[in-house]
Design a protein around this ligand. Structure first.
Ligand SMILES: Nc1ncnc2c1ncn2[C@@H]1O[C@H](COP(=O)(O)OP(=O)(O)OP(=O)(O)O)[C@@H](O)[C@H]1O
Length: 263
């Protein structure tokens, strides 16, 4: 598989009111085209920080992140981040929330009809063709998160960065969206990096799971491979031995992270 992102010896330090905080230390990880990689670790270990660095929203204090061989120098539509709380503009309909992103990325080279078609297609892909004219306050949380996903997908990112995207949702809605994501990944081959607190979610959706140790100074504690070449089907996945094995290993890893006190 072709390497799309290389995270090379990356560290991130923050200046806080209590002094310098080394959040991440010496993270080295290759991400391959078309894979879904889960980021899992104890609370506050630096999962969002790593996603922000890949998105180009911040620069690493040490090391380098390469995307297609070039250092990540800032945000770009090829690397789109989806947040836990959808971040939709409340005064725009679902359609217009997605259209805005489509126009930003493709507006320079496509006419209105093409942009509208892209928007319809993105909303249809997440099962929201019927909700285009609704406003965010008129739809439930799961649908809002679908719109956020549609908006991200509409930009045709090479890499979709998901920051615990389903954490705020009830279990049935969450399960639905996980299924949807598996289908979308199978259909589009988009590369995904997904931070999650949920062991089952990580093992179900990821081809590989990168386990981060407890921060401060979180490092890469190991990589699990629960999903390489597995079916894009939730139930089929849960029945596999690789699922139970990876789940047990990931749970054990998290339980064995010693509590540390910030310096
Ligand atoms: N801008 C910032 N300034 C100062 N400290 C920060 C900043 N961003 C993150 N941190 C600190 O860096 C560490 C890693 O934070 P981060 O949010 O990346 O972890 P996380 O694993 O995503 O957390 P969670 O499990 O709560 O989602 C935490 O100690 C956090 O307080």
């Amino acid at each position: 598989m072709r390497k799309i992102v290389r995270i090379e010896d990356v560290g991130q330090t923050f200046d806080t009111k209590n002094g310098r905080l080394a959040a991440l230390c010496g993270i080295t990880l290759d991400i391959h085209e078309g894979e879904c990689i889960g980021l899992v670790g104890p609370a506050g270990c630096g999962k969002s920080t790593l996603l922000n660095l890949i998105a180009g929203l911040a620069r690493p204090s040490t090391g380098v992140i390469l995307c297609n061989g070039r250092p990540v120098a800032g945000p770009a539509p090829e690397r789109t981040l989806v947040f836990q709380n959808h971040a939709l503009l409340p005064w725009l309909t679902c359609f217009d929330n997605v259209y805005l992103a489509v126009e930003r990325v493709f507006g320079g080279r496509e006419g209105k009809a093409g942009l509208k078609q892209r928007t319809h297609d993105a909303l249809a892909r997440v099962g929201l063709a019927h909700a285009e004219t609704r406003f965010p306050h008129e739809i439930p949380a799961g649908m809002k998160q679908r719109v956020g996903l549609a908006r991200a997908l509409s930009m045709q990112p090479r890499i979709l960065l998901l920051d615990d995207p389903f954490a705020a949702l009830d279990t049935p809605v969450r399960v639905d969206l996980q299924d949807e994501l598996l289908k979308i990944l199978a259909a589009t081959g988009t590369t995904v990096v997904m931070a999650t607190h949920d062991v089952d979610e990580a093992v179900l959706l990821s081809d590989r799971v990168a386990m981060l140790t407890r921060g401060p100074g979180a490092t890469l504690g190991g990589i699990l491979e629960p999903g390489r070449g597995r079916p894009h089907d939730r139930l089929a996945r849960t029945r596999e031995a690789a699922f139970s094995e990876a789940r047990a290993k990931l749970s054990a890893f998290l339980e064995n992270q010693p509590l540390r006190h910030a310096a």
